[in-house]
Design a binder for this molecule. Structure first.
Ligand SMILES: [Zn+2]
Length: 124
């Protein structure tokens, strides 16, 4: 029954794609902004003659920004991955059982790669 993608599903998938694309663009902007605020990038070492503990506050801020950036990068990667699957026609197909993932689930969670039964059964 899930052999043919219905016209309705095609339309829904197009909507999801637009949603994921705008999310990706937003994340790209956010990442660019974060990088711009950290000239030299995260991971830049403090000059060796300064004791690291003197910069504990700065380090915490650094870690906080790093965590935010990693989170954004992960979401960005998920968007790219979802768009890649859309391009290859693999999008919305359960990675575990190969059936179509319920469209409502995809609308709620565009990066879902498993259908609800597989997710709940934790099949891999
Ligand atoms: Zn499944």
């Amino acid at each position: 029954m899930a052999e043919m993608t219905s016209a309705t599903r095609e339309r829904d998938l197009a909507e999801i794609r637009a949603q994921v694309e705008s999310e990706r663009d937003r994340l790209a902007q956010e990442l660019a902004r974060l990088r711009g605020e950290n000239p030299g990038g995260i991971g830049k070492q403090a000059p060796f003659h300064e004791h690291p503990t003197e910069h504990a506050g700065e380090m915490e801020e650094h870690e906080r920004l790093l965590a935010i950036r990693e989170n954004l990068e992960e979401m960005f990667a998920q968007c790219e991955e979802a768009l890649g699957r859309l391009d290859r026609g693999e999008y919305g197909i359960c990675r575990s059982c190969g059936k179509e993932i319920d469209i409502e689930r995809l609308k709620a969670l565009p990066y879902a790669t498993r259908c609800i039964p597989c997710k709940e059964a934790r099949r891999d």
